[in-house]
Design a protein around this ligand. Structure first.
Ligand code: MG
Length: 392
């Protein structure tokens, strides 16, 4: 099934106090029109796109975000609009090829149309001949007479607020547009299709599929595009904990520094509790899982691995996810020996692995006062907390 879409972008948008037509206003990541076109261009069922522009602005350029995958985009053409909306859509329809089975019409001022809504409209148009996205009214609707008094209360369950897309089988839209050209005035093509004798099927609209009409709508749209798809701007915290047994005949590596000790930490890698706890803390802060998922001890690659290297790899994952490390704070719990003389060296190494200044890394040592396994020198543990934030 070939689906063409006509995007109506020829309106002057007089309700917004701007010399620029509203669909040409930037809402972040492109103009309102670019967002609307992108929604259809990214949809796998759309074969071609016709953008109806104001006659004085017939050049449409895709947003920078769209040009990355131009090869996979459906062709986008522009045609000049007419006097009224229905004239503009009629001009757009003249550019629709004869092979189109279904034609969608969409207002450029609705940039948040979803793939699901596009699918629903295509399916209903193919099945019923004519379809329109609409939302059932949540408010009671009153008809008000010339004197300012209510003349009728409409049954709410019968009241639907029309959105776009509207969709038609090609031959149905041809007849609707012919009726319009014969002199019938209409605010949308569904109305022309009704006049042409077709029944128009309603599909569930989407409350998020707003039409940007007022300054408030424009502000809200900018907020939406600013936050969409990006990590939260505020910081995110993550915690990490690690414990290893202490045994004779193993080196004791803490924060990448080998400490003189008769006992060392037992583990698959170098069993560095500071690096392991810090790795879990930064991964956790970014919602990227944990050390066991990325560096499983069943994987021979990590046997004897430097845990500073694992921490550095986790820091790269964090950067790839769009985050940077704000700070990391680690508490090491070890009965003996004392580690305070090695702490500056540990901080430098951990900071280097994280690719941050050492001032962002804190490492503190504690004993367990002789209590429990750690107090008996049977184990070493570390707690870490990390704060990360998005880089944009
Ligand atoms: Mg560990």
């Amino acid at each position: 099934m070939r689906v063409s879409v006509i995007i109506a972008a020829a309106g002057a948008g007089r309700r917004l106090r701007s010399a620029t037509p509203k669909q040409m206003l930037d809402i972040g990541g492109g103009t309102i029109l670019q967002h609307s076109v992108k929604a259809f261009a990214a949809h796998p069922r759309i074969s071609d796109i016709i953008v109806v522009m104001p006659p004085e602005r017939t050049a449409f350029s895709p947003s920078p975000a769209m040009t990355g995958d131009l090869r996979t985009l459906p062709p986008i053409r522009t045609v000049a609009g007419g006097e009224r909306r229905q004239d503009s859509v009629a001009n757009g329809f003249d550019a629709v090829g004869p092979s189109a089975d279904v034609v969608l019409i969409h207002d450029a001022a609705r940039p948040f149309v979803t793939p699901d809504l596009i699918d629903r409209t295509i399916d209903a148009a193919a099945t019923y001949g004519a379809a329109i996205a609409a939302l059932q009214s949540r408010d009671t609707v009153k008809r008000v007479g010339p004197g300012g008094a209510i003349s009728a209360t409409m049954p709410r369950e019968e009241i639907y607020l029309a959105q776009t897309p509207q969709g038609f089988r090609r031959e149905v839209l041809a007849k609707a547009i012919a009726i319009g050209r014969s002199g019938v005035e209409a605010t949308d093509e569904a109305m022309l299709a009704e006049r042409a004798g077709f029944s128009v099927h309603v599909v569930d609209g989407d409350p998020g599929n707003v039409k940007i009409t007022t300054e408030e709508d424009l502000d809200a749209a900018r907020m939406r595009t600013a936050t969409r798809g990006k990590p939260a701007r505020t910081g995110r915290a993550g915690t990490g904990y690690d414990l290893h047994r202490l045994v004779e005949g193993r080196p004791l590596v803490i924060g990448g520094v080998t400490i003189q000790s008769d006992r060392g930490a037992l583990g698959h890698s170098d069993a560095d509790v500071v690096c392991h706890a810090a790795t879990d803390a930064i991964l956790g802060a970014a919602g990227l899982g944990d050390i066991g998922r990325h560096f499983p001890d069943t994987d021979a690659r990590w046997k004897g691995a430097s845990s500073l290297d694992l921490l550095a790899r986790a820091a790269v994952m964090l950067a790839d996810a769009g985050y940077e490390v704000g700070n990391v704070d680690v508490t090491v719990i070890l009965e003996a020996p004392k580690i305070k003389d090695a702490i500056d060296d540990m901080r430098t190494r951990v900071a280097k692995a994280l690719d941050v200044d050492p001032s962002r890394v804190s490492i503190k040592g504690k004993t367990n006062e002789g209590v429990d396994a750690i107090g008996r020198r049977e184990a070493i543990a570390a707690h870490a907390i990390a704060l990360v934030r998005s880089r944009s």
